[in-house]
Design a protein around this ligand. Structure first.
Ligand SMILES: Cc1cc2nc3c(=O)[nH]c(=O)nc-3n(C[C@H](O)[C@H](O)[C@H](O)COP(=O)(O)O)c2cc1C
Length: 198
């Protein structure tokens, strides 16, 4: 059991998979405790080993630890609906993608795809450590590059909240009643033999 909820009661894979895949989910309840630097580094280490086109590794993780001035800066980029719960994170991160290949400066069509792979390695490792790891697209995309001093050739991909699990009762509604692992489509709804079905 990870993160206080037995995900096996809510998620029933149709095929045998490693339990970590269905055990990872995106809670919002966090305790406000700090996240150990060692745990953060283990998540970043997992991200490090993601596959990427030409082994470009286009992911850049900017992080802000709770109790530092950076934390309020990062929190201030989130939309209010995310601030309402992400304020209790131990670390807030911004994942930024390098848009062009380093070897020839041509556009890397899969820079976001590769960042997604790194994000998910990060998230699986965090779940394995019993941490809440929650990605967010709900932030100020226009202001983020300036506030985070993102150089030309890089683009924000997502923000991430990481924290120690907290009490669901402390979440505001409607988040409290939504604090459950979500279901998934059936494989037949997203995987097709041959071309896209007509
Ligand atoms: C790129 C990305 C952006 C997301 N943005 C938000 C967000 O802004 N706010 C939020 O509460 N959840 C956000 N989520 C969480 C998703 O809603 C969640 O991952 C999805 O419902 C599947 O649930 P699970 O992660 O618990 O399996 C985001 C997830 C991803 C991967």
């Amino acid at each position: 059991m990870l993160l206080g909820i037995d995900t096996r009661k809510h998620r029933h894979p149709d095929h045998a998979i490693d339990p970590i895949f269905a055990a990872r989910w995106s809670p919002r309840a966090m305790s406000g405790e700090p996240v150990a630097d060692a745990d953060l580094h283990r998540c970043l280490e997992a991200a490090r080993w993601a596959a990427s086109s030409f082994n470009e590794q286009p992911w850049r993780f900017l992080y802000a630890r709770r109790g530092t001035p950076h934390f309020d800066t990062f929190l201030g980029l989130l939309l209010p609906a995310n601030q309402a719960w992400a304020k209790d994170a131990g670390v807030l991160l911004a994942l930024v993608a390098k848009t062009n290949f380093s070897h020839n400066d041509s556009p890397n069509a899969v820079h976001m795809f590769d960042c997604g792979a790194a994000w998910h390695n990060f998230a699986l490792q965090g779940a394995q450590l019993g941490l809440v790891v929650h990605a967010m697209a709900g932030f100020d995309w226009a202001r983020a590059p300036g506030v985070l001093r993102v150089p030309a050739g890089y683009a924000p991909a997502a923000m991430i909240a990481v924290g120690r699990p907290g009490r669901v009762e402390n979440l505001p509604e409607p988040l409290r009643s939504r604090e459950l692992p979500s279901p998934r489509k059936k494989i037949a709804e997203f995987a097709f033999e041959g071309p896209f079905p007509g």
